[in-house]
Design a protein around this ligand. Structure first.
Ligand SMILES: [Zn+2]
Length: 261
């Protein structure tokens, strides 16, 4: 009997000990998890919250914690970009600089209202054309508000807004450097030649997109935006007829379409 009681006490003790340990481990795991959650939420705060207003350009990027004003050595005027895209640009800028290539951002983030000013100025300019031709004329190089990648803070126009600039001399060297190197920093030319069947905007040798973010944003756009969301400017009723989403928003190079992080 005594032996049995002793054995019972030992078993009980072992059980308690094991249980305490288990509770102890559990607490430790809980603390670790909490820490992980904290770290994750801190990172999440830095990430752009994807919602329709953001993707349609209807937000104030100058007040967003995810956006940053470019230093004057990197830009030709007051320009903002998404901070992650900007730091990738700075790396690219520095390496280009070592190779004697000077990169300057001449356009970055544009809001819905800024795009509306550009669009409506051109809308008035081409008033003699019939509605579809009028829209398509503007769409050679400019986006309808709410359909521009410039809303997202991921896209930049570099050095010059004429393809001819990039076809000889200094501009040619800059373009060739970008074609060979920009992808390493996450930047891709999205409006390439249309010879291979790309739809949408004409060739733009100056427009480079930071795909680690922009590819996710395009995905969100395609899942959430419909033609009903494209409104609030002259000629917006033409968005569906001109296939803004299928042909323009998605009219990017094959390489950009296939991009996976
Ligand atoms: Zn552009």
């Amino acid at each position: 009997m005594k032996k049995i009681s002793f054995l019972f006490i030992i078993i009980l003790f072992t059980f308690c000990e094991a249980n305490t340990k288990r509770i102890g481990d559990g607490n430790f795991a809980a603390i670790t998890n909490k820490k992980e959650i904290k770290i994750n939420s801190a990172e999440a705060n830095k990430e752009q919250i994807l919602d329709k207003n953001f993707i349609l350009g209807k937000f104030n990027y100058t007040e967003s914690s995810n956006f940053e004003k470019l230093k004057s050595i990197h830009s030709s005027k007051t320009i903002y970009l998404n901070s992650q895209a900007y730091s990738a640009f700075v790396k690219m800028y520095n390496d280009a600089n070592k190779n004697g290539i000077d990169l300057k951002v001449i356009s970055g983030t544009r809001s819905f209202s800024e795009q509306k000013v550009i669009w409506e100025r051109k809308w008035e300019k081409y008033e003699t054309l019939d509605p579809i031709a009028r829209a398509k004329k503007i769409l050679e190089f400019s986006s309808m508000p709410s359909t521009s990648r410039h809303h997202w803070g991921t896209d930049i126009d570099l050095n010059n807004l004429n393809n001819s600039y990039f076809e000889e001399g200094k501009g040619k060297k800059e373009y060739e450097w970008l074609v060979s190197n920009a992808n390493k920093y996450g930047f891709y030319q999205v409006y390439t030649s249309k010879n291979q069947g790309r739809t949408g905007y004409n060739l733009e040798k100056w427009h480079w997109s930071y795909l680690p973010l922009a590819s996710k944003y395009l995905d969100f756009y395609n899942k959430n935006v419909t033609y009903k969301d494209i409104n609030g400017f002259n000629g917006s009723e033409l968005a569906e007829k001109t296939e803004m989403i299928a042909s323009y928003v998605n009219g990017i190079s094959e390489k950009a379409k296939e991009y996976k992080e």
